[in-house]
Design a binder for this molecule. Structure first.
Ligand code: HEC
Length: 255
């Protein structure tokens, strides 16, 4: 009687914990890295998210879009309305048509989504030697072991093996499938100066921007895990109650 419920609770616990575990990797195997947001009690580290935003805004945003993130969503990172308005105002978005029927550009506001730096895919390719810098809103979900992959991709620029020819406009990367990537190494030591004084090493920036892009891909991650914990607690209480009821109901029946 008790068993199926317990099995159910156990399965729920497993699937919850499993969300943080490595999925089967495709392509090049990526080493495992520990993240604050992994595991049943995993949660985002706000300081890291804020530093990651700084890296994203100052480095990645010049080539990549982030269209599923609206500036007002940055409230999750601990920013207030004024701070969000100031971040948004650094970007221009297209709006319109106005009374004359013309489209126009204006400074972004909190309700705008993060604009792409290029007007369209063709323009993006022309600016990047034919390669397309994908929108990064969901990249962590779109790649196997997304966070581990992204982190290692960003620090994975190394010397190519002696027998490998790297064509102009491409770069050798240990973790990119096929090893030849058209993205120049985006992170070099000290390319951002962190507002909180943290030293901006390549590894630190890779970690922070990965944290940020994990939040961008799944802002509900922490809420989802907390709901899972509540469900398990509920199932445990229910199990106890059902057991008590069962004993009561059958107590008069002789064996
Ligand atoms: C100078 C432009 C430029 C900058 C700056 C840049 N990227 Fe890229 N990125 C590209 C291009 C071009 C590609 C496509 C590469 C290819 O397909 O070979 C790319 C591809 C990617 C990919 C996809 C890899 C895959 O598995 O397909 C990720 C992830 C990525 N960039 C993350 C970042 C992050 C994070 C930053 C900021 C730290 C950043 N990029 C900064 C140009 C850029």
């Amino acid at each position: 009687m008790r068993k199926p419920v317990l099995t159910l609770a156990f399965a729920a616990a497993l699937s919850l914990g499993g969300a943080g575990l490595a999925k089967a990797a495709e392509g090049v195997a990526v080493p495992d890295k520990d993240w604050a947001f992994e595991g049943i009690f995993g949660t985002f580290d706000t300081a890291s998210l804020q530093r990651g935003l700084q890296v994203y805004k100052n480095v990645c945003a010049s080539c990549h879009g982030l269209r599923f993130v609206a500036f007002r969503n940055l409230a999750d990172l601990g920013y207030n309305e004024d701070e969000i308005a100031a971040i948004a105002a650094d970007f221009m978005v297209e709006d319109g048509p106005n009374d004359e029927g013309e489209m126009f550009t204006r400074e972004a506001v909190a309700s705008d989504h993060w604009p792409s730096p290029f007007p369209n895919e063709q323009a993006a390719r022309v600016a990047n030697g034919g390669a397309y810098p994908p929108d990064l809103s969901l990249i962590v979900e779109a790649r196997a072991n997304g966070a581990d992959y992204l982190y290692h991709l960003l620090i994975g620029y190394t010397e190519p093996p002696a027998d490998m020819e790297v064509p102009p406009g491409q770069y050798y990367n240990e973790y990119f499938p096929g090893h030849l990537i058209s993205m120049p190494p985006p992170l070099v030591e000290g390319i951002v100066e962190y507002a909180d004084g943290t030293e901006a090493t390549t590894e630190q920036m890779a970690e922070d921007v990965t944290h940020f892009l994990t939040w961008a891909a799944e802002p509900q991650l922490v809420a989802r895990k907390q709901m899972g914990i509540k469900v398990i607690l509920f199932l445990l209480v229910l199990t106890g109650l059902l057991y008590a009821v069962k004993r009561k109901v059958w107590s008069d029946v002789g064996h």
